[in-house]
Design a protein around this ligand. Sequence first.
Ligand code: ARG
Length: 463
Amino acid sequence: MASLWGGRFEKEMDELVKQFNASIGFDKRTYNEDIDGSIAHVTMLGEQGIVAKDEADRIIMGLEAIRKKISCGEIIFNVDDEDIHMGIESRLIAEIGDVGKKLHTARSRNDQCQVDMRMYLKKEIREIIGRLVYLESVILKKAEKYADIITVGFTHIQHAQPITIGFIFMAYFQMFRRDIGRLMDTYDRMNLCPLGACAMAGTTLPTNRHRTAEILGFAGPTENAMDSVSDRDYSLEFLSDASISMMHLSRWAEEFVWWNSQEFGFIDIDDSYCTGSSIMPQKKNPDMAELLRGKVGRVYGDLMQLLTVMKGTPLAYNKDFQEDKEGLFDAVDTWKASIQIFANMLEKTEFNIERIERLLSKGFLNATDIAEHFAKQGIPFREAHAIVGRMVKACEQRGCDFVDLTEEELQIIDERVDKTSLGDISIKACVEARVSYGGTAPVEVRRQIAEGTSWLESLEELE
Ligand code: ARG
């Protein structure tokens, strides 16, 4: 089959070249966007008198007929189609005859592939934000449920300070909140329509790019034709948003893996989100959490791939840019699935409160609080820190806890301290006293939950 661009060629394309060159295998995913873009384009051509009104109408009907045939599997694309743009255009000409040849007036595949990708990505961003919003709502629900339940807070994976489980949930809530914000920023910046930029320099025909932008739901047309066909930074921004968010998911997934271990025993991941071993009958493995941790690798790879493709490419369009699609599709699919799996797994996960309580007595979790009690009594914090350090040492030597130290022992450590100056150092009292803004006290966590809830409710749909 001769290509639509075959006029100046004397030989058919080499078979291997055809396969190497074709993007139809993956860009067919954007067939709906391609047809929407073509309909907007030909509507504008009709309004501007560049094609006759009835010709525009026939082309639109033809395009709708092709959309139907693609969606019910009647049209199967192959390498002869090269890409989705030519696949649809050649079908259109076959369907409605010569008038179909007018569709490609005042546009190029260089702007066409970009309008398709921007529309596709806008749709997917809306979908991904929807999934992140769902994840946030699950987090808020769990945070409320566990707002008073105390657990071990770690730094360096060493027992550090007592915190509430709700507090952990709200930490992740903030990360995903920023992920949503980043996606919204990306969406805002990319919401301009490149259609009509043509190959690189615009056109001599009296087009109306504002009109096509409006029909397709963009905020306006892109400013510079050459930039319009060469820019892929909206994809890079998206991939970087995806990488950061997948990194957040992978961090929590990692915590799930060790919380679920025999050593920690903090959680019991629902059976429906675990798998077994083909040899060890007793095993119940947290595979979903591990996969989530692993999937981040491919998304980083997708970002690195496109950064590398774009590096050093001169203006304007280069065929290198065709490599902007598969990684992006992969990142969209991976990120979407990961959010969904994680949200569902989270919803089904409960904490083993008794087991966690048993660990709270280990690791001197209240050491900082004692130092703060001393500081409140006028001992400079740096000295209070040293006193508590000596108390820890004494406890370790005796194999006891702070409350077991006698008056004499305390006096030897520092004469300014005694049993009453320790204050209430029960783990519960320590947590409840951490009421500083953003702190872990249940009342403060509930404030964070309320603030997060009103932010989530105030989110508006992207246009
Ligand atoms: N399939 C191409 C891509 O995705 C479309 C643009 C082709 N343009 C060209 N001049 N060869 O980048």
